[in-house]
Write a protein that binds this ligand. Structure first.
Ligand SMILES: Nc1ncnc2c1ncn2[C@@H]1O[C@H](COP(=O)(O)OP(=O)(O)OP(=O)(O)O)[C@@H](O)[C@H]1O
Ligand SMILES: [Mg+2]
Length: 237
């Protein structure tokens, strides 16, 4: 279980995360939704050690992550797919995927190969394009690659930052569905950040609504999805 308690993260005078508390249950999808600037990316960046928490506590598998370096957080089984389909353009698809295995907890060669085969099975489009340069992939394929690179580290917790950004609805459905299947099958815990609240809430178990760095709702996903007044107030539709 991932447990966040009274978390505060600031950029100078800007308090981007302002006393956030919630838990993400093991083997479940928790989605964090909210408008632009709500603090969603900052929350993920703080969990993965890319931003320093000003105060509060982050606990994963009964250990505090506060003050740990990003590499050691990856080794504890947490993989972060940042916003914006982040892949290395000058490397091939296969090379990008292999990079994800550098920070694995255990690095047996046979096990790495198995993990790579698994992501190709998950995203056959990438297998067909393994020698293609990542910079020439479509947006959707790049996002599949960014997720694959995270998955070969065999994470227990996957932090996904707006996988749907800039993608066609059909590709969004496919990516979110793949992550959801993975979660059900392998017990992966997922923290899914989305502006696209509908598709995220459709697959998630729990929904956390953020506004200006604060949690304004924390409900089973179906209840949050059904609450028209919350959506109107904080998401504008
Ligand atoms: N490096 C930074 N320096 C200063 N302020 C920052 C920095 N990064 C983010 N912020 C501010 O922190 C707040 C939260 O930003 P964050 O990126 O976490 O929002 P978000 O919910 O991910 O938004 P979006 O949906 O647009 O991606 C915003 O007001 C933003 O301007
Ligand atoms: Mg963001």
């Amino acid at each position: 279980m991932l447990k966040i308690e009274n978390l505060v993260t600031e950029y100078g005078a800007v308090r981007a995360i302002d006393g956030v508390s919630f838990t993400a249950a093991e083997g479940k999808i928790t989605t964090v939704i909210g408008a632009n600037g709500a603090g969603k990316s900052t929350l993920l960046r703080t969990i993965s050690g890319l931003e320093r928490a000003k105060s509060g506590q982050i606990t994963w598998a009964d250990k505090s992550l506060i003050g740990k370096a990003p590499e050691s957080i990856v080794r504890s089984g947490i993989a972060h797919v940042p916003e914006g389909h982040a892949v290395i353009s000058q490397l091939t698809v296969a090379e990008n995927i292999e990079m994800g295995s550098l920070f694995r907890r255990r690095n047996f060669r046979s096990d790495v190969k198995l993990a790579i085969d698994e992501v190709y099975e998950l995203f056959p489009r990438l297998a067909e394009r393994s020698k293609q340069l990542a910079g020439t992939l479509s947006g959707g394929e790049r996002q599949m690659l960014a997720i694959s690179r995270a998955l070969v580290s065999r994470p227990k917790l996957l932090l996904l930052d707006e996988p749907s950004l800039g993608l066609a609805p059909l590709v969004v459905e496919q990516i979110i569905q793949t992550v959801s299947d993975l979660c059900r099958k392998s017990g992966l815990t997922v923290l899914l950040v989305e502006q696209n609240a509908n598709s995220a809430l459709a697959v998630a178990d729990y929904g956390v609504l953020l506004s200006l760095g604060k949690v304004v709702a924390n409900l089973p996903a179906a209840e949050l999805k059904a609450d028209a007044s919350l959506r109107a107030a904080y998401l504008g539709y």
